[in-house]
Design a protein around this ligand. Structure first.
Ligand code: ZN
Length: 282
């Protein structure tokens, strides 16, 4: 049995899956707000509750809204700020008396979709979350690429390529820079442009997403790019964006697919569970 935990800003969700990826148990609890110790205890209690329900011990993977610093081993880049600077892995391992694997939530999304979702069977998968923020994760051959700085795939804080016209002036970002991809492609940015009903707003969004993903294709050349998060439910993106990105990709032909997630909101917990060992059996 594998337990996956998605540690979010408002809720902590946990599932247990078997070797074939079948969900056995799912539970969720509210995230103790601004309370680090309470958050660690809540995760540990959730794991124990799931184990008592399945009646067996399990490996534990946890998706977090941030990353573990390669320098300090502590949490960085987290929008749940009470986690920043904390030795979360060690504290969870002490609370649960076993090794625990932690990964960025966008990496968990990418892993879930690569193992048995929209990227199943593909070698190089880039997973993108277009939600409150914009995150990305890279999976190659069924394994998450974390990178030398634990930021592989963190494409949302690259500058939007070729800003012009409506892109200007560059939008300020919470990270301290301006013109970050996230400021143009997060869900709230689309809502600010006039809501889902505005044709012009969606067309502008598609064109920006195409420019931004063309940079990913030039660098990583993935087999498939899988979209998740609220904006990924706009179905027209999947036909229009690949038509638009061709102009910006350095290739005579672009065979990279743009695909909608299969597991949706469950990809966070499923990917966290898959941090312990690859593809489902059978
Ligand atoms: Zn930024």
């Amino acid at each position: 049995m594998r337990i996956g935990i998605d540690l979010g800003g408002t809720k902590i969700e946990g599932i247990a899956i078997d070797d074939a990826g079948r969900e056995q148990v799912r539970r969720r609890v509210p995230t103790p707000q601004g309370d680090y110790r309470g958050t660690v205890d809540a995760v540990a209690a959730l794991v124990r509750a799931i184990e008592s329900e399945t009646g067996s011990g399990a490996t534990v993977g946890v998706g977090i809204p941030g990353a573990l610093s390669r320098v300090s081993g502590r949490v960085k880049n987290a929008n749940s700020t009470c986690l920043i600077g904390k030795p979360l892995q060690g504290d969870l391992e002490a609370a649960l008396q076993r090794p625990v694997r932690l990964a960025n939530d966008a990496n968990c999304f990418a892993l879930s979709e690569a193992v048995d979702g929209a990227g199943k069977g593909e070698r190089v998968v880039f997973g993108v979350i277009l939600g409150t923020g914009v995150g990305g994760g890279i999976v190659v051959g069924g394994r998450v690429i974390e990178g030398a700085n634990a930021i592989a795939g963190e494409w949302g804080h690259n500058p939007l390529p070729l800003p012009a016209g409506d892109d200007l002036p560059l939008r300020p970002c919470y990270c301290g820079r301006a013109g970050c991809i996230e400021t143009y492609l997060c869900g709230p940015a689309l809502e600010r442009e006039g809501g889902a009903a505005s044709e012009a707003a969606i067309a502008r969004y598609e064109e920006r997403l195409a420019r931004a993903l063309a940079g990913v294709i030039n660098l990583l050349d993935p087999d498939v790019i899988v979209l998740g998060g609220g904006v990924s439910n706009v179905d027209r993106l999947y036909a229009n964006v690949p038509r638009l990105w061709a102009a910006h990709v350095f290739s005579d032909h672009v065979s990279t697919r743009l695909a909608k997630h299969v597991h949706g909101d469950s990809s966070g917990v499923r990917g966290a569970a898959w941090l312990w060992g690859g593809a489902p059996a059978g």
